[in-house]
Ligand binder design. Sequence first.
Ligand code: ZN
Length: 228
Amino acid sequence: MVEEEVTEEQLKEFGKTRYPKFVDNLELIRACYEREKGITPTQKLYIKKKISEIKEGEFVSIEGLVARKERESKYVGCKICRKKRKDLTAPCINCGGTEFTEFIWQNFLIGDKTAVVIAEILLPKISIAPVEGKVYEFKGKVSMYKNNYQLLVDVVVEPKVTSDLKRAVNEAMDLFDVYDGVVEKQTFQEWFARQNFNVAYEEVIGYLNIQEKENKIMLVKKEGEEKK
Ligand SMILES: [Zn+2]
């Protein structure tokens, strides 16, 4: 599947130039844009948006911090079409497939600076299982469930590790070295504030493999992991 991304501004610009009369209908403009770029309807063009701006039916790309896992449920489904299988001895009633596997629905509460939303993720369709406390790019379709928006996620993209983040993580690991792997939370936060890193505290914490206990933060070193 080809995945493309476009900002709302880019779409509006395209609409203004080509179809000024219809520029307010972003879904229509998107369809025209897709046609011109040779993107077929089975491929997807995700619009980068803030969560407070999403609308039902849109395909959007949002950057969100995973606050917590809300729910998880499992089912056995067809390996090809993912439809729930009741009778495992008969072929899939939807596509005739004979192989089946376990699928896991995971719901996460995610948010950006503007709002929160529930992201629904189906594993193993989505290859990356999001981790609480980390920031990802979520691409998917906005749907409505019990009067709230939900994002049915197609793709989860790991955050890009910027050089700023790398530097902050390395320096944080040096700090943990000084304290033999356990730092008072307050000491760590004050140290972090003094550094003026160009990255958010949550991002650095999300990247480090840590455990928090009472008022202490412990660095958990993975086997064979070296500083990069
Ligand atoms: Zn099937």
